[in-house]
Design a protein around this ligand. Structure first.
Ligand code: PAF
Length: 279
């Protein structure tokens, strides 16, 4: 069995040995409820680094809705079983007090890139993410960190933070894994009723349609409006945003002249889904 470590004092001596041996150490930060998407990150980490740590920590600081935090699935035993055949060297699953001990007073906040899209709809979310990821980098002492492109804005925020703070960690983005009907894999998908699960791929379909229109020269305003209508007509309750952005800076763009990303968030059956694709 892979050792599950709760305390940074137990992890550090192990990592120090690996680093003294000049071995690259990867961290794959997760909030547990692991699925094939997470395993693809672990495999990418394994392919690059001889040592891999997976962290499992449901980070209260990034939930702006207490009910969402409470409902977040916690499946540590099943997670450990999934990781067992993956050649992971350690699972770091700290308790909340280990990450945020009494007196904890620091917040990492990344201006600009954190503000639109998810930042508008989930105030404080990215400060919670940036703070915990900075902590996990410090706690694990990893040289490489692997994140999914499914959370495109999160990846951009983490890259900005790592560059701005000169954190000695290479941030690696990995492609989104999708079910065969196109739905991006996410721990939240498990909360969809069977009927909603059948409707959910409409989000990705509408985004693909918008990407085709944009590449064909349709103006962003029209292409995005049609995509929102498609998602609502398919049975989604609401669309928070459907937006075309510069892939790196997330600044608004009118046309996909430079590498651009179409990003969306929409709610179905009370479950908020996000997705993004290249345009
Ligand atoms: O993407 C996630 O699962 C979380 O936001 C992360 C990066 C593990 C930080 O809590």
């Amino acid at each position: 069995m892979i050792p599950i470590l709760r305390r940074v004092a137990d992890l550090r001596p192990q990592v120090a040995e690996w680093r003294a041996d000049r071995q690259a150490v990867a961290v794959v930060p997760t909030m547990g409820a692991l699925h094939a998407g997470h395993l693809s990150l672990v495999r990418a980490a394994r392919a690059r680094c001889p040592r891999v740590i997976v962290t499992i920590f449901v980070n209260p600081a990034q939930f702006n809705n207490p009910e969402d935090l409470e409902k977040y699935p916690r499946t540590e035993n099943a997670d450990a079983e999934l990781l067992a055949p993956e050649g992971v060297d350690a699972v770091f699953a700290p308790l909340v007090d280990e990450v945020y001990p009494p007196g904890f007073a620091t917040t990492v906040s990344v201006a600009g890139i954190s503000e639109p899209l998810e930042g508008m709809h989930r105030p404080g979310h990215f400060a919670g993410v940036a703070t915990v990821v900075a902590k996990l980098f410090g706690m694990t002492g990893a040289s490489h960190a692997f994140f999914g492109e499914k959370d495109w804005q999160q990846l951009a925020v983490i890259r900005r933070m790592a560059a701005d703070l000169d954190l000695p960690v290479e941030v690696v983005g990995c492609p989104t894994l999708r079910d065969s009907d196109g739905l991006a894999m996410s721990s939240r998908n498990a909360r969809l009723s069977p009927a909603a699960r059948a409707l959910a791929p409409a989000l990705h379909r509408a985004m693909q349609g918008a990407a085709r229109s944009l590449r064909g020269g349709v103006k962003a305003g029209k292409a995005l409006e049609w995509a929102v209508a498609d998602v609502l007509n398919a049975g989604f309750d609401s669309v928070d945003y459907m937006d075309l952005r510069d892939a790196a800076t997330l600044g608004s763009v009118e046309a996909p002249d430079a590498p651009a990303r179409l990003l969306a968030a929409a709610t179905l059956d009370g479950v908020r889904l996000i997705d993004n694709i290249a345009v």
